[in-house]
Design a protein around this ligand. Structure first.
Ligand SMILES: O=C(O)CCC(=O)C(=O)O
Length: 227
């Protein structure tokens, strides 16, 4: 049941939150499934980002089409919603760096995309919750030429001087909460200084009526709502 006007908040701030989209039991299952998938892969890079859960797992495919999530996305995007791809962003005692400030748009280009950041662990300032600049989705596409030579991925990074610290807010989240955000929203995460896991699943969607370039990494894209 829709208990919140997601579209209004999203239009204003560039993000909106669905609390407890998944129960703790569902999240534990997802995390276990993710662990099984990741453990089978030998060449995981240093970024702590792993693409393509849905293409490997029915459980993740079901999660991507979760009805409450799709209803919220329809409010924001319109009636034709396409899932594009998902990724695991796992921070832990070794992958403990904060994700740098960026917009997602430089990665995707084309039509605007809508990502859903789902907490697979409680996320706090100490273990690396998200930080955002509310309303920055209205600032347009910014230059992402900041240095990214540290080998930690995230090749598109905003310049530090583009982030007005007074406007930044933290988005702590409970396990199972979902944060839907616009691909122009400035976002980053804190370093994980806790020594414990802070895993998140990020699923990306688009308006199916929009033409786009061919995305090789979205080969498992599927329609989650057509009407
Ligand atoms: O969970 C995080 O650290 C943010 C990751 C992120 O923004 C991304 O992978 O695009």
């Amino acid at each position: 049941m829709m208990n919140k006007h997601y579209a209004e908040e999203f239009a204003q701030k560039g993000y909106t939150i669905i609390n407890s989209l998944f129960s703790n039991e569902e999240v534990i299952q997802l995390k276990q499934e993710a662990l099984t998938i990741v453990n089978k892969i030998d060449d995981i890079d240093n970024s702590g980002v792993f693409l393509g859960l849905t293409s490997r797992s029915q459980l993740f495919k079901q999660a991507a089409a979760n009805q409450e999530l799709v209803n919220a996305l329809k409010e924001i995007i319109g009636s034709y919603v396409v899932f594009m791809n998902d990724k695991l962003v796992f921070k832990n005692s070794t992958k403990n760096f904060g994700s740098p400030w960026h917009q997602d748009y430089p990665y995707w280009q084309g039509s605007h995309k809508y990502s859903v950041w789902i907490a697979l662990d409680d996320a706090t300032k100490e273990n690396g919750c998200l930080q955002v600049v509310p309303g920055s989705h209205l600032f347009g596409e910014k230059n992402h030429g900041a240095d990214s030579s540290d080998g930690l991925g995230f090749v598109n990074r905003l310049h530090q001087e583009d982030i007005d610290k007074d406007l930044v807010i933290d988005l702590p989240a409970k396990q199972g909460d979902a944060i839907i955000f616009h691909d122009l929203l400035y976002h980053a995460s804190y370093p994980n200084i806790s020594g414990a896991d802070r895993w998140a699943l990020i699923s990306t969607y688009k308006d199916g009526t929009q033409e786009d370039p061919e995305y090789k990494w979205a080969s498992a894209a599927f329609i989650v709502s057509e009407a």
